[in-house]
Design a protein around this ligand. Structure first.
Ligand SMILES: Cc1ncc(COP(=O)(O)O)c(C=O)c1O
Length: 403
């Protein structure tokens, strides 16, 4: 992509930003003019397109990534008295979805350089759950920043222990085979504003298990059953052999996690450009990799090698103390230069709610990653000149110290 004119390069660069184009807007306007604002034909169309994009056989769309995680956990029968393993380095939603089922969370440590759950930290978390008298029934590996976990290795361990794998793929939609759910029961995506594609707020669960998909579709709308063939009550549901025209029934508690047609219209338009948006993310990441190399070891990219990636975030590891600064001062200095950054994430075992529930824990990998991580701007509309501007600002902060 060509460089932007000088006047454009001075704009504020957030750490992430949606790409909404004229065709997206036209698709939403058309949906608004249609007969359906809530659940209509575009929900199924969006689900089919999402399944095709990820290589899954089924996709269940809902109104947030959090709802997607909750639906997947519910459809795995996770419940009170059981436990699920969650890497400590993730967004609140991964663990909260487990708590929303009544099950307990067992936090696993992560690799200090990638922030990912590894086979070693997974096995250690299973052992620690067992030592604490908890039976882990599920685990939710997180593809942090878009880096793809070693799923085949995690799946092998999960199988040995009878654990269901539910991928938190909220960062990982891209051309990287994430979502095909070949090594897991399901993968959960977010289509929140700053994700790979957006519906404003939204989420999708992909799976190869059609019974699980059906259950999630029921749970997304109050646990309601509308198909006469599935009615359990003959006397309430039928007039003779004819189903009552008003009748629906509920056999288990569900939620309103429905996504409206208006948002699916946007999602469908966005999915059509996923390849282009992802390719630009990958290009920007490669440019950062190259331009940041001279700033090592004070600043270095989170190591990714040639492993598959979703490039949701571009995270760097900064040795703030070697630079004689703090992360807050560093972030504020960048902000003064018009550059937004964010921390993904404070480990969840340090959150007051979880600390109170499970006591103080030490997870050194997660804490080491947290101490150094910083997400710098990455979004498809960035120009090469924007990337250079970010790296130059980082270089100035490094040289201030070495001067
Ligand atoms: C790793 C991860 N999991 C889950 C979620 C929840 O997604 P949503 O915000 O769509 O509920 C997010 C959203 O930022 C996330 O980053």
């Amino acid at each position: 992509m060509a460089d932007a004119p000088a006047s454009m390069t001075a704009r504020f660069l957030p750490y992430a930003r949606q790409t909404v184009e004229d065709d997206d807007i036209a698709a939403v306007v058309a949906a608004l003019k249609s007969d359906f604002l809530t659940t209509g034909p575009l929900v199924e169309k969006f689900e089919a397109a999402f399944a095709a994009a990820t290589g899954a056989t089924q996709a269940v769309a809902c109104n947030s990534g959090t709802a997607a995680l909750h639906l997947a956990a519910l459809a795995s029968d996770l419940k009170e008295g059981e436990a699920a393993i969650v890497p400590a380095l993730t967004f609140l939603a991964t663990a909260n979805a487990v708590r929303m089922t009544g099950a307990e969370v067992v936090f696993a440590d992560v690799d200090p350089d990638t922030g990912l759950l590894t086979p070693q930290t997974f096995a250690a978390a299973i052992a620690s759950a067992r030592n604490g008298g908890l039976k882990p029934r599920a685990a939710l590996p997180v593809h942090l920043n878009g880096q793809v976990c070693d799923l085949p290795a995690l799946a092998k361990i999960a199988e040995q222990h009878g654990i269901i794998l539910l991928e938190d793929a909220c960062h990982a939609l891209g051309e990287n085979n994430v979502g095909a759910a070949k090594h897991s029961a399901a993968a959960c995506f977010s289509t929140h504003a700053v994700k790979a594609i957006t519906t404003g707020e939204g989420g999708v669960v992909t799976t190869r298990d059609s019974a699980m998909a059906e259950r999630m579709r029921r749970l997304r709308t109050h646990g309601m059953v509308r198909e006469p063939a599935d009615f359990s009550s003959r006397d309430l549901g039928f007039d003779g052999n004819e189903p009552n025209p008003w009748y629906y029934e509920m056999r288990e508690i569900g939620w309103n996690y429905r996504i409206p047609d208006i948002l699916c219209a946007l999602g469908l338009a966005q999915l059509q450009k996923l390849g282009r948006l992802f390719a630009r993310r990958r290009e920007i990441a490669a440019l950062y990799d190259r331009l940041l190399a001279p700033l090592s070891p004070a600043i270095r990219p989170v190591p990714h090698g040639s492993a598959p990636h979703g490039w949701h975030l571009y995270a760097i590891l900064v040795d703030f103390s070697a630079l004689g600064t703090t992360r807050a001062r560093f972030m504020n200095a960048l902000r003064k230069e018009g550059i937004g950054t964010q921390v993904h994430y404070m480990p969840l075992h340090l959150q007051p709610y979880y600390r109170e529930r499970y006591g103080k824990q030490r997870l050194p990998g997660a804490e080491t990653y947290y101490a150094r991580c910083l997400s710098i701007p990455l979004f498809p509309a960035m120009h090469d000149g924007d990337v250079e501007r970010v790296v130059q600002a980082l270089a100035r902060l490094v040289s201030k110290v070495s001067a």
